[in-house]
Design a protein around this ligand. Sequence first.
Ligand SMILES: Cn1cc(CCO)c2c3c(c(-c4ccccc4Cl)cc21)C(=O)NC3=O
Length: 290
Amino acid sequence: ENNISRYHQEFLELELIGKGQFGSVYKCVNRLDGCIYAVKKSTKPVAGSAFEKTALNEVYAHAVLGKHQHVVRYYSAWAEDNHMIIQNEYCNGGSLADKIVREPLSGQELRTLLLHVAEGLRYIHSEGLVHMDIKPGNIFVSREKKLHITNYDSADDGFEDLDDTSLLEEELTYKIGDLGHVTSIQNPQVEEGDCRYLPNEILHEDYSHLTKADVFALGVTALECAGAGPLPKNGDEWHRLRQGRVPALPQKLSRDLVELLEAMIRPDATHRPSPSQILQHRALSPDSSK
Ligand SMILES: Cn1cc(CCO)c2c3c(c(-c4ccccc4Cl)cc21)C(=O)NC3=O
């Protein structure tokens, strides 16, 4: 058989950027197109095992969820020497989990996070799928320097006085990644995600409103990013959160934003807003930052 590794033929490994029970993720440059990719290598699951279902789930989901600016893009997947390999878009800003280690997100960053991830969820749900493992570790950040001609002084003939703080601003884009738990809304085969973000109804195997499980997980994710962490994995604190009580936060958020977060973690899934309703919420309207 062809024992030349496609992985080593097509990619130059730059660095290990993640390691877990799932496998290892490398930052790689593709030798042909010169672009950077995130490539995950996981041990090939035993045929017929739950791991195989997850691995195939992920690739099927990526194949269905083509190009969307708030879903990490998929390029290719293949099996070689007992490994499953998936090549995805590389997001150069780390994961949201990395970002909130040092300090919580500000009100404005929380609004941007909710807008981007709600957009991504609206797209995933519109394709008849649900993510089922929304959490900071599965949301990736892309940072791009955008040229903003804001205070361009026509007197200058060039950009010699380019003050890069005003013109080259950093724009953050949040992208939903890790589609390993994605399942179909119509005939769900739920592999529970991280219990810190799991709504009570899923724990009780009530799959009648799966899209609202993603909304709940996004609500808890936003609370954690606002400084409510570390989140409980069980016990009284876990149940208090499932009674819809927003925990004390180390920062003052606008009443509108707190009301939106409370709505997203309501005990009754049918009372939580859909991604579309989140996007129309007054807490996220442009003038709400005043
Ligand atoms: C740990 N880790 C760090 C990163 C880079 C963030 O700056 C990362 C990425 C991905 C993934 C990933 C997650 C799940 C499945 C496949 C991949 Cl490639 C994991 C990642 C992915 O799909 N795209 C990434 O950037």
